[in-house]
Design a protein around this ligand. Sequence first.
Ligand code: SAH
Length: 475
Amino acid sequence: MDFLPIFMDVRGRTCLIVGGGEVAARKVQMLLRAGAKVEVVAPELGNTMQTFNQEGKIQWIEAGFDPAHLQNPALVYAATDRQSINQQVSELAKEKNIPVNVVDTPSLCNFITPSIIDRSPVVAAISTGGASPVLARLIRSRLESMIPAAYGQFATLAAKFRDTVKEKIDPKNRRLFWEKAFQGPIAEMIFSGRTDEAEQAMNKMVETCCRADGGEPLNSGEVYLIGGGPGDPDLLTFRALRLMQQADVVVYDRLISPAVLDLTRRDADRMYVGKERDNHSVPQDQINQLLVDLAKQGKRVARLKGGDPFIFGRGGEEIELLAEHQIPFQVVPGITAASGISSYAGIPLTHRDHAQSVTFATGHLKDGSSDLNWQALAQPGQTVVFYMGLKGVETISSKLIEHGMDPKTPAALVQKGTTPDQKEYIGTLETLPQIVKESDIKPPTLTIIGSVVTLHAKLDWFQPDEQRGNEPRVF
Ligand code: SAH
């Protein structure tokens, strides 16, 4: 190790910055976050520094650097564009045993500032020993996505309970206690902003653990109803990924792509309850009951659904039964097929020149096709997106034409959107049935109807053309 990692308390202490530009301003920002008093020596200030000065956040010494400015600060940063000044600051500071950092010049530093992930009071610091700040930042951004923003609140709550837990829970159970708290329903309460509830639950957990009979098991089950997005795993939310990686059981259906499923915990049980159209492999009420049963066994259950669980996902029915049984659950939104496909196929769903509103409708018509308000769907100036519309394409097309929509209205069928098998079939309202008949188009497929479809030709990044082959178009 080239540097000793330490965290320094600079609250209320003076730190000196030599330089008034933007690089210096970034250091000031960090020092202010850590509660330091900041003195800046510079003949002139850049924009950000000027603002700090006007807001009274810094003490500006309007001058070039002079050794007399080095009055025993807690630390000093040199960030001028004159290397001779930076060098002078470094030498003087080292002589006086003042920690010094010269921005971007490791050889003149006796401390370096890491890339940080700030979830105060949790702070993670990454350093490459000055070798490559860019690499440190890349590592940081990967870790950022793994450390939920609410971890700080968690640490604050943990601090409140630390002494009580130490006093009341015997050492062999303490670790288990914290592990459960960090990963179980309490953590989830914090992550979803219910800190008061979390504190109450924590009190209850301490109480239960102290009961002579050992209390209830620490491990209570819960269900995460997770939107798995339309297929591309990159479209998962951070929360979805975190919960997928902590669940003991994963209950998923047909729309969940293998790439998304791959991101669940390796040793989790995986249960397929997929439904093919008209071939319900596990009836909905059995799925609802399964979730209840698994949670009652103390399992953390990830119920993974394609797209968004509350858009044609029957998510509402699944959590109703959980609520009746008082099983903790949370719903994680996902990118719905229409949003994903809209971006990946270059078909904006609204556009000032084309559509002022967008409607998501189900094309799963059975014989109740008249349930849909065809009159309203046929109005101009909007986009209509049909989910589950492949089988009913003929009815959709004829009903809309019958209710006055122009048969030449542009329309698209997009197969397996956002996955490597995405394929767009572009036509018009009247040619949709023919496209389905004549192609080998496969579900899941989304139908988009409206003049926004014309933008596809211009905006589709992934559309292959002769010159580029299959390379995405880069603007
Ligand atoms: N909850 C899901 C929709 C479930 S209904 C969501 O929010 O996306 C199932 C229908 O969604 C399919 O019949 C199809 O119309 C559409 N769909 C889902 N994923 C799709 C994909 N990757 N490509 C095209 N259509 C998709």
